[in-house]
Design a protein around this ligand. Structure first.
Ligand SMILES: [Zn+2]
Length: 440
């Protein structure tokens, strides 16, 4: 969508092609090294950067698992650089479930279709398109920009962001702020009014294994110390538990903004009703009102007449920023004395302030392209590579600008079937991102 009198920029023309070509490179991440890896996509990105005079370095953490990092000099290299990162991997897709080939990158009904269209080859393409145009036109950003196109985000970043932060922290150490997924997308609240949700917080992740130990024995005899029974009780207690609503700073600000938008009184006790007003993104936002824990795997025993000595389960726990200790205290209380837990995966929560020059740049760049825009902070219930960069003291923002039509179920696109991104949204994103980089 181009406003009257505007010309279509090179970035706007190129972003769609770049997105389609990136989608066509299958980078499915199965959580181990069995997938195709990110190398082909990394080489593609490196070539696109190299073409315009940006010097990329490709890092390979494991054969085929590649990331690309480059530094673009700005007008004032004395300022702390801005990190702009995106992941190159995608979650797998089963073509049988899709209307169009998930690795086709084809355009239907005004959208680019395919795995990664919103998570997050769209943003990768925007960053490439905008930086390529800036380099061609000799428009330097105000400060240095560190570009990172990363492997393995979908499996926690072990072979991507985490690996780079551990092995090559000097690449990012002087960056003060970072932008990436999952934010900057619009939620329509009225015909000419859209909230753009900027991610400023993420819940922490605690995937846990629960272990119940008891007395093994014959299934025909009495047994007051049955591991399967203990485990089943504990799993049921966790699964049925509903943590109370606890509004973190980010979520409170978000809800206040939403209430102001709808002209309703902010009522802390009515947080769920407020979130429900936001339509299809409500399921994503509802999970940020409280801690959660969901049982996911059960395992115990091997024969109907043998009582096993141990039984195990797995649960997916997510805790709110700043409330980790309280969370685990409650989990332990629910588990009781006979069931222990260990981490399968434990990643911190993230939270930063929604203020300062970088936030003004987001608001202004959105407003310049959408007069009905209002940027608001929100908390993501999932996790991203921001968790790794936070450990270097970098302030993280989810800002991958996309103007979306109201009818698109955007949160359902993430890891979903028929993932797609509007062509207009991509072009809008490229325009906003270019303005943002010019102001940041
Ligand atoms: Zn993602």
């Amino acid at each position: 969508m181009v406003g009257a009198g505007d010309e279509v920029s090179a970035a706007e023309r190129e972003v769609v092609e770049l997105c389609r070509e990136l989608i066509a490179i299958d980078t499915s991440n199965y959580g181990d090294h069995s997938g195709p890896g990110e190398r082909a996509a990394a080489e593609y990105v490196a070539e696109k950067l190299d073409e315009v005079g940006i010097e990329p370095t490709v890092y390979e953490s494991h054969p085929g698992r590649s990331s690309v990092v480059a530094r673009v000099p700005g007008e004032d290299s004395g300022r702390a650089p801005l990190l702009v990162h995106g992941h190159l991997d995608v979650v797998p897709a089963d073509a049988a479930d899709w209307t169009h080939d998930p690795f086709g990158g084809e355009i239907f009904d005004g959208c680019v279709w395919g795995r990664g269209a919103v998570d997050m080859k769209d943003m990768d393409a925007m960053v490439l398109a905008v930086m390529r145009q800036r380099m061609r036109e000799g428009r330097r950003p105000p400060r240095d920009i560190v570009l990172a196109f990363l492997a393995d985000e979908e499996a926690g970043g072990t072979w991507g962001a985490r690996w780079l932060v551990d092995r090559h922290p000097e690449l990012f150490a002087d960056c003060s702020e970072a932008i990436s997924e999952v934010g900057g997308f619009s939620v329509t609240v009225a015909e000419n009014r859209r909230l753009y949700l900027v991610e400023t917080a993420e819940k922490g992740i605690a995937w846990m294994r629960l272990i119940a130990r008891g007395t093994a024995g014959h299934g025909s005899m009495t047994n007051g110390d049955n591991a399967v029974t203990e485990l089943a009780d504990a799993v049921a207690r966790l699964g049925r538990h509903r943590f109370p609503i606890h509004l973190t700073k980010t979520v409170r600000t978000f809800l206040e903004e939403v209430c102001a938008e709808f002209g309703i009184e902010f009522d802390e006790n009515d947080a769920e009703a407020t979130v429900a007003r936001l339509g299809s993104v409500a399921s994503m936002l509802g999970a940020t009102l409280r801690h959660t824990v969901n049982p996911t795997v059960l395992d115990g025993g091997y024969k109907a007449n043998v009582i096993p000595g141990t039984a195990t389960a797995q649960v997916d726990g997510r805790f709110l920023p700043g409330l980790e200790e309280e969370y685990f205290a409650e989990i332990d209380r629910l588990l009781g004395p006979n069931v222990s837990r260990e981490f399968i995966h434990h990643l911190p929560s993230v939270e930063t302030e929604f203020e300062g020059g970088i936030v003004s740049a987001m608001s202004e760049s959105l407003l310049a392209e959408d007069p009905g825009a209002k940027a608001v902070p929100y908390c993501l219930s999932g996790g991203t590579d921001a968790k790794s960069f936070q450990s270097l003291g970098i302030r993280n923002y989810g800002f991958a600008p996309l103007r979306l039509p109201p009818e698109l179920n955007f949160s359902g696109m993430f890891h979903g079937v028929d993932e797609r991104v509007p062509v207009d949204g991509l072009r809008f994103g490229a325009r906003v991102l270019d303005r943002f980089i010019g102001m940041s």
